[in-house]
Write a protein that binds this ligand. Structure first.
Ligand code: SME
Length: 160
């Protein structure tokens, strides 16, 4: 498909996800390079949803290492047991944080980040990467984000 994205800024959040997810699938179908697909996925999420920061951390070298992202510069390495990303890795489930200040051990890559959702991509029982989305507003993520981003992680899992 053409490398362009159409998501009407006036849509509701749920409608935006519904418009965006098939476009991310189309954009990545037929491309076998993992980094290329993840790069376009995070760019599409930033462009379509207007996220403050969105990116992935790969499970590699016994820690979580920064991969493709969109937004301000970020910490490059996170220990398995540290921060929201580490909690997502160790618990192998989505972690939704309405107020990062209230999350013990939260790693502040940017002082502008106020709320966060982190989701795992799991293959053969192992977390391959986590997708981290940050907002500069408190309480910005909910069950709608969780539902559609978890659907997206199924697509990511299919790339492994
Ligand atoms: N806040 C994350 C670290 C990654 S940055 O937000 C991009 C955490 O606590 O794991």
């Amino acid at each position: 498909m053409a490398e362009s994205l159409i998501v009407d800024a006036n849509l509701s959040k749920e409608e935006k996800y519904k418009a965006l997810l098939p476009q991310i699938e189309a954009l990545t179908t037929g491309e076998t390079d993992l980094i290329a697909n993840i790069s376009n996925m995070v760019a599409a999420l930033r462009q379509g949803m207007g996220f403050f920061w969105v990116g992935v951390y790969f499970n590699k070298e016994e820690q979580l290492v920064l991969g493709p992202f969109q937004g301000p510069v970020a910490c490059t390495r996170i220990a398995y047991h540290k921060g929201v990303c580490g909690a997502c890795y160790t618990q192998q489930k989505t972690i939704l944080v309405p107020d990062v200040e209230a999350f013990p051990g939260h790693i502040a890559c940017s002082s502008d980040s106020k709320s966060e959702i982190v989701l795992p991509a799991i293959k053969d029982g192992e977390v391959k990467l986590v997708l981290d989305v940050d907002s500069d507003k408190l309480n910005d993520f909910d069950a709608v984000d969780q539902k559609y981003l978890e659907q997206l992680m199924k697509l990511v899992e299919s790339w492994y």
